[in-house]
Ligand binder design. Structure first.
Ligand code: SAH
Length: 244
């Protein structure tokens, strides 16, 4: 289960932090590290801070977009040091571990961590099924990146040690059809946006929060592959009808 959890770091500035994350991950038994456009990598500071977790650094995959990082993931968790514009399903690390641990082994989960200076953007957070926040002193709420990874992966490890696997999965995953993957959800959201613009339900000049709210609704449902196909078939029918 820990092997199926991908740690995704967005635009990390300091290579030392990447090394610190690799070390934190290996300590807790995780190995899937994905870096989205790191400022400097590979770098001597990363290797130094990895302190023996060089294998995690060496196997790290570097990509240039969040879509690529999430393409094959079923469930995506975004980390946030503060609250954002639209409320989103939010848990603490222990609650997250209780949700993730009982998932079937083949479920691929990504946990996304933000930039040192400004975290994740709203668009990035709106791509996530679930948000996780580490409870902290609200006068001083932001942890170092590697420390945040350590706390969250520690809870995942603890849940495994305590074996909460008999708990019933909270996400609808014991299902007749496989869950949709990240790439299918990205295409679904783009299809919605295009179609709703064509039928003039969505005004690109005044989009308000329509797409984020629609994404939140769809992500909350954790749709499977067939459900995504049904929705996309409906959208295509609307587009055809609209063109006539
Ligand atoms: N100033 C930024 C904080 C960035 S800290 C902001 O206000 O958003 C860098 C990253 O560490 C965050 O993007 C997040 O991934 C993680 N992190 C730091 N503190 C956290 C917390 N309290 N809960 C969850 N993640 C946290």
């Amino acid at each position: 289960m820990l092997e199926n959890i991908r740690i995704v770091l967005v635009n990390t500035t300091h290579p030392g932090n990447i090394g610190g994350v690799a070390r934190a991950m290996k300590n807790m038994g995780l190995s899937d590290l994905c870096l989205i456009e790191p400022r400097r990598f590979p770098h001597a500071d990363a290797s130094a801070r990895a302190a023996g977790a060089d294998d995690v650094l060496e196997s790290a995959v570097v990509v240039d977009s969040l879509e690529q990082a999430l393409a094959d993931c079923h469930l995506v968790v975004g980390t946030s040091a503060r609250s954002r514009t639209i409320p989103w399903p939010l848990v603490n690390p222990r609650e997250l571990a209780a949700i993730v641990s009982p998932l079937p082994a083949e479920t691929r989960v990504a946990i996304v961590f933000g930039r040192e200076d400004r975290g994740l953007t709203n668009e990035e957070l709106q791509r996530c099924h679930q948000h996780v926040h580490i409870p902290v002193n609200d006068q001083f709420s932001s942890l170092n990146l590697a420390a945040a990874v350590q706390v969250i992966t520690y809870e995942l490890r603890m849940a495994k040690e305590m074996d909460v696997s008999t708990a019933k999965p909270r996400w609808g995953t014991e299902w007749d059809v496989d869950l949709a993957e990240g790439r299918e959800l990205t295409l679904l959201f783009e299809h919605f946006e295009r179609t709703l613009t064509e039928i003039e339900f969505l005004d690109p000049d005044k989009p308000r929060n329509l797409m984020p709210r629609l994404q939140r609704l769809l992500l909350r449902a954790v749709p499977d592959k067939l459900e995504v196909n049904i929705l996309r078939g409906m959208l295509t029918a609307m587009q055809k009808r609209n063109q006539r």
